[in-house]
Design a protein around this ligand. Structure first.
Ligand code: OSB
Ligand code: MG
Length: 373
């Protein structure tokens, strides 16, 4: 049972070790919205909203998400009773269009709190089966191919099971070729365009087929399912959709249209775990592999992603890098670590499986407010 008493919203600033550049923008310091959900008996769990500072990946931002949670979402869960967290999504979703990342932060927090109160791990409550998850790295756009090669070689030496490079027009074929030539043949490699191309780029993108990539992620605009289908017909490389898959229906459309062959599931993008699980199940039934994407989360958001990635059809390495890839110091104890490209799922610990370093979070906090009924 879930019976929420309050949600504390807290904005922290956390500086990335190095700027992260994708085709649609660059981040140097993350503004992260943390939620602390407390129930009537005093049990508490933390959650994280993955919205960024600017509306490049999605129209949502940390500020629109805080507005949505404060104005429309929190009153639907605080002081209300739920037998199970799988009931929360429908309540948050009714007559509120979009704002998936805001909904997800609240919904996933309810899953975390439920697990914590039951003394079970989040992975177990979700139906996870894996004790460890394979991990890939997402490397941002670099100044030149050589700089990218250096980072890719370091990642390979660190043990990552998949190397994803961000691409955009003007920083694609030469960059991917340089990395492919530098890495051992058997290294799993992929490229992520974050919507930077159009269908007229098909002849150009066909040249990526020569690099035997595991997949190309989101080459076209988020709304271009039909165009992705046309592009997929012309590419040997499987298309994986990220930005386009905002709910279960979009995923079903992708399958029906053959607009992609792999799905990146980010729970924040699809309004939380209930929809993530549905997408996972539909893909499993259709023979579509899924993997867990990342949004440069702190150790709190990472806990949710790692638990989700323990479900059986998460058969490809996720963007689940350990804490030290992003931060000098993470906000959780213990920090997330990787061993031979695998991250351990904290199945023997209740709730999200890590503790929040509250003293450090306090130092990083720029804004806090408590929502009650
Ligand atoms: O497209 O997957 C993406 C980060 C911010 C916005 C979009 C994306 C990403 C990443 C980062 O690729 C993956 C990570 O968290 O390590
Ligand atoms: Mg992506």
């Amino acid at each position: 049972m879930i019976n929420l008493k309050s949600i504390e919203l807290r904005e922290i600033r956390l500086k990335l070790k190095e700027p992260f550049r994708i085709s649609s923008g660059v981040v140097e310091e993350r503004r992260i919205l943390l939620l602390k959900l407390t129930d009537q008996s005093g049990v508490a769990e933390w959650a994280e909203c993955v919205a960024g500072e600017s509306p490049n990946y999605s129209y949502e931002t940390i500020d629109t998400a805080a507005l949505a949670i404060r104005s429309w979402l929190s009153s639907r869960v605080i002081g209300k009773r739920f037998e199970h967290p799988s009931e929360v999504h429908a309540v948050l979703d009714r007559n509120i269009a979009g704002h998936n990342m805001a909904k997800a932060a609240v919904e996933m927090g309810c899953w975390g709190l439920f697990a914590r109160a039951q003394g079970k791990s989040l992975s177990e409550v979700l139906g996870g089966t894996r004790t460890e998850v394979a991990t890939g790295i997402s490397i941002g756009i670099q100044q030149n191919p050589q700089a990218l090669v250096e980072r890719a070689l370091r990642a390979r030496a660190d043990g990552y099971r998949k190397i994803k490079v961000k691409i955009q027009p003007g920083a694609d074929l030469d960059y991917v070729r340089a990395v492919r030539d530098a890495l051992p043949e058997d290294t799993e490699m992929m490229a992520d365009a974050n919507s930077a191309y159009s269908l007229s780029d098909a002849p150009h993108l066909q040249q990526l087929d020569g690099f035997h990539l595991l997949m190309i992620e989101q080459p076209l605009h988020r709304d271009d399912l039909v165009r992705h289908a046309k592009l997929q017909q012309r590419l040997k490389t499987p298309i994986c959709l990220d930005e386009s898959i905002t709910d279960l229906a979009r995923c079903e459309d992708m399958i029906e249209l053959e607009a992609g062959r792999i799905v990146n599931i980010k729970p924040g993008r699809v309004a939380g775990f209930t929809v993530s699980k549905r997408i996972h199940d539909v893909c499993q039934g259709a023979g579509i592999p899924v993997w867990c994407g990342g949004m440069l989360e702190s150790g709190v958001g990472r806990a949710y992603n790692v638990s989700l990635a323990s479900l059986p059809n998460f058969s490809l390495p996720g963007d689940l890098s350990p804490s030290a890839r992003y931060w000098d110091r993470d906000i959780v104890i213990p920090e997330w670590t990787m061993n031979e490209g695998m991250v351990t799922v904290p199945r023997d610990k209740p709730g999200i499986g890590v503790a929040v370093d509250v003293d450090y979070v306090e130092k990083l906090t720029v804004r806090t407010e408590t929502l009650t009924s």
